[in-house]
Design a protein. Structure first.
Length: 227
C-alpha cells in the first residue's frame, strides 16, 4: 500500500461525535456523588483534558489524589450508559472518507480507549477511512502537551509540516500548535470561536459538515498532494 504524504489528525469527542455535554453531565455527577460542588461551566471548559488532568484542573493540586481513580471510574461508568447511542456530528464519516479518498492518512488522536473508543468509532461509521488511532494510553502526557498529536504523526509516517489537526477545544489547539501542525477548530464542542483562534486555530468551522463543504478553501487545501 502506498504511503500517504499528508496526515489529517482528528480529535474525536466534540469534534466528530456530539459527546461533550454528555461528558460534562457525567463528570458533574461523578463529582457530586463524591461530595464535590463543581459548576458545569467549569467542567465544560476542562473537557478535552485526560481524566487525571481534568480532575487536577478542577479540584486543584492540593486535592486528595487517592480519590482520582474513584472519580474517573465513576465518570466512566456513568458515561458508559450512553455507549449504544452516541450521536455522530453532521457528515463526520463523510469528511473522513473524503480525505481518505484524496490520499490523506486519517488518524484519530483521542483520550478515549477500550469500549469507549469502540463506541465512538461505531458512531462515526467510517472505520474504512481511518488509518490509525493515537490514544492517550500511548503517551506520557495528554493534551495540551503535543505528544498525542506527535504520536499520531508517527503512526501516519508524516512530518508536522504535512499535517492538519482538527479539534474543538483550547487544549486541542494548544497541542496542535506545540506539535507544529496547522490547526482547524470546530464550534460543535461548545467552545467560542475567539478562544479557539487565540489558542492557535488557523480557521474555524461550525462542524464537520461545514468543513467538508469548505474543504477546497480550508487549510487542507494549502497542503496539496506531492504526487
Amino acid at each position: 500500500m502506498e504511503r500517504a504524504e499528508r496526515a489529517a489528525v482528528f480529535d474525536v469527542d466534540g469534534t466528530l461525535v456530539d459527546t461533550n455535554h454528555l461528558h460534562v453531565t457525567t463528570w458533574w455527577e461523578a463529582f457530586r456523588q463524591a461530595g464535590h460542588t463543581v459548576p458545569m461551566h467549569a467542567v465544560h471548559r476542562a473537557i478535552g483534558l485526560g481524566s487525571e488532568d481534568l480532575v487536577a484542573h478542577l479540584l486543584g493540586e492540593d486535592r486528595d489524589r487517592d480519590e482520582d481513580a474513584r472519580l474517573s471510574a465513576a465518570h466512566k461508568a456513568l458515561y458508559g450508559q450512553y455507549f449504544d447511542r452516541l450521536p455522530a456530528l453532521r457528515d463526520a464519516g463523510r469528511l473522513l472518507r473524503r480525505l481518505d479518498h484524496e490520499g490523506w492518512a486519517v488518524v484519530l488522536a483521542t483520550s478515549a480507549g477500550g469500549a469507549e473508543l469502540s463506541a465512538l468509532r461505531r458512531a462515526i461509521g467510517a472505520d474504512d477511512a481511518i488509518t490509525a488511532t493515537a490514544s492517550a494510553d500511548d503517551v506520557d502526557e495528554g493534551k495540551p502537551a503535543p505528544e498525542p498529536v506527535e504520536h499520531a504523526l508517527e503512526l501516519a509516517g508524516v512530518p508536522a509540516e504535512r499535517a492538519v489537526f482538527v479539534g474543538d477545544t483550547v487544549w486541542d489547539m494548544k497541542a496542535g500548535r506545540r506539535a507544529g501542525v496547522r490547526c482547524v477548530g470546530v464550534l460543535c464542542g461548545g467552545i467560542p470561536r475567539a478562544d479557539l483562534v487565540a489558542a492557535g486555530a488557523e480557521a474555524v468551522y461550525d462542524d464537520p459538515a461545514e468543513l467538508l463543504a469548505a474543504l477546497a478553501d480550508s487549510p487542507f487545501a494549502a497542503l496539496p498532494s506531492g504526487r
